[in-house]
Design a protein around this ligand. Sequence first.
Ligand code: AMP
Length: 444
Amino acid sequence: MAEKRKFQAIKGTRDLLPPETELWNRVEQTARQVFGTFGFGEIRLPIFEPTELFARSIGLDTDVVSKEMYSFEDRDETSVSLRPEATASVCRSFIEHGMHALPQPVKLYYTGPMFRRERPQKGRYRQFYQIGAEVLEALQPGLQDSAKNTGKDAAVDAEVIEMVMAFFAKIELDGVQLEINSIGCRECRPKYIELLRARLLEEKDKLGLDSQYRIDNNPLRVLDSKLESEQEIIATLPHINEHLCETCAKQYAEVKRQLAVREVSYKENWRLVRGLDYYMRTTFEITARGLGSQNAVCGGGRYDGLVEILGGMPTKGIGFAIGEDRLILSLEAAGKGHVAKGCDVYIAWMGEKAQDTAIHVARTLRQAGFRVELPPVEQKFGKALGQADRIGARHALILGDEEIASGKWTVKTLADSSQQKLTEAELAEFLRKHHGSPLRSADT
Ligand code: AMP
């Protein structure tokens, strides 16, 4: 006989189950609410796109594109990939739907799974979830990068950062730390990179293999290195903020000024560079507590020019992506992952008449927004109360012959075993008093 195969979720993927999914919903709901107050609308994007879209935007030399994408040939022999991030898709959509013709800027947010074939560990998965937002602004001809625009960009950057921080504050994420940097633009960055490369070549023998490889391919990424033996050398490398062009330096100073006005605390980190090619000027990363080595919960930055690389008109862009899995881990580690368990009312009924009444009352209470458990078969009251307790019910409504005959129902509060007799009308009032508004939400 053939052996029965036991299936398991693929390495790096996992099922999210109740009650934890309640927390996921609460986080997403809060993001929608906070982002809504900043005028952002939701965009829902496809899970897969042409491989070329990611290759062109993220860059062929990045780990994400060169090693981590799930790509496959479709039946028509085109290459498609599961999205490793969503910024490229948002830009593709901006172009496809002619969003440059809408009032500018266009402010969008998204939530959903991303796919990267990384080595799984705590806080790092192959299917993970991001909550992100982007602000895109098609440039009016003749207005490119004027001094006035630089101040405007800085305000947009600062507001986007303020929005993420407001979201983290609202969900009470612990130990949130914002780090910012400017990585220059097409004018000043290449000159800095040459300087960096020259310095790195002098130290080549003392660097690890990864960094040696990056000297040619992506020297900025050496600054990212966590390798202990390289730290001393990295500390001696030139800082990019000392090599910014005038426009970039002005913009960076204005971002910092505006963050202070918005009462957003930050730390500057000259080593903060982003893994993806398309970033420029403002970059930022946010870390939180309780996550070990994978403690970045959000990364973002400015990417003027990306829309143009993808075939659109000159457009400015800034955005961020929050790692939702890590956000949840951090909330749970801080004991803030508590989600309302169980139900409001467990209806213990005995007898056919009582069942009819129970079905009716369950419907009325559910319509009012209460969570009601109605056992499909009759149970002795002792057993029913035991079950109510196990599933975490707050109240048990006891309906037997006596209750049906008198119209006075027994309601037991499980926490303190107190009991009262209530009419149907009094019951709803009693529950409302105990549970507040029954329209419980992720919104509270
Ligand atoms: P990135 O798109 O690489 O800038 O990442 C933005 C955020 O997504 C990071 O700060 C992480 O919180 C999260 N993230 C990135 N890759 C993973 C992964 N493989 N597993 C879980 N979260 C991730």
